[in-house]
Ligand binder design. Structure first.
Ligand SMILES: Cc1cc2nc3c(=O)[nH]c(=O)nc-3n(C[C@H](O)[C@H](O)[C@H](O)COP(=O)(O)O)c2cc1C
Length: 161
């Protein structure tokens, strides 16, 4: 029995997540990236994380070929950044402040946390590829996270920051 895609998506939407923008550069050195909530820690020693990327994403070839990527965890006031990187427009970085790291990875300004990763393995599963990255650098900011739940953006209701 195969679950209908809509029912599957609706069910998964009940898992509240943070929101990341996964970035890299293409072969011409142009920054590219996409909004991704399929992010997880994998291992503490060595420090590994994973992201799952749709094969249809325009940023997918660059993410695969570049062999490194950054994970930018968005702050609660960065919903527009998430929306922008969840689109297929080619000028996603226009008007979004970022800097290039020492590893030549685009790091989005004001993100809650940024990880710079070197890809150690890739796993094709269904219509996505799991990229496993070894974390080379971490950058931690302050503030509260942007939350995604049941297809909507949200924020923590508590007062911790
Ligand atoms: C909150 C949110 C989470 C998303 N998570 C993922 C994800 O984990 N993996 C993925 O491939 N696409 C994910 N997407 C969809 C991509 O951001 C979207 O398909 C985007 O257009 C891809 O950009 P690109 O084609 O320019 O690479 C998510 C979208 C949103 C709004």
């Amino acid at each position: 029995m195969v679950i209908a895609p809509d029912a599957f998506r609706r069910a998964l939407g009940h898992f509240a997540t943070g929101v990341t923008v996964v970035t890299t550069c293409d072969s011409d050195g142009r920054p590219t990236g996409l909004t991704a909530s399929a992010f997880s820690s994998v291992s503490l020693d060595p420090p590994l994380v994973l992201v799952c990327v749709d094969h249809k994403a325009q940023s997918y070839p660059a993410l695969l070929e570049r062999g490194r990527f950054a994970v930018n965890v968005l702050r609660r006031d960065q919903e527009m950044v998430s929306r922008r990187f969840a689109s297929t427009r080619l000028d996603k970085f226009d008007g979004v402040p970022f800097r290039m790291s020492a590893l030549s990875l685009p790091l989005i300004d004001e993100a809650l946390m940024q990880l710079e990763c070197v890809t150690v393995s890739t796993h094709l599963e269904g219509d996505h590829t799991i990229l496993v990255g070894r974390v080379e650098h971490t950058h931690v900011g302050s503030g509260e996270p942007l939350i995604y739940y049941r297809g909507q953006y949200d924020r923590l209701s508590g007062t911790n920051s």
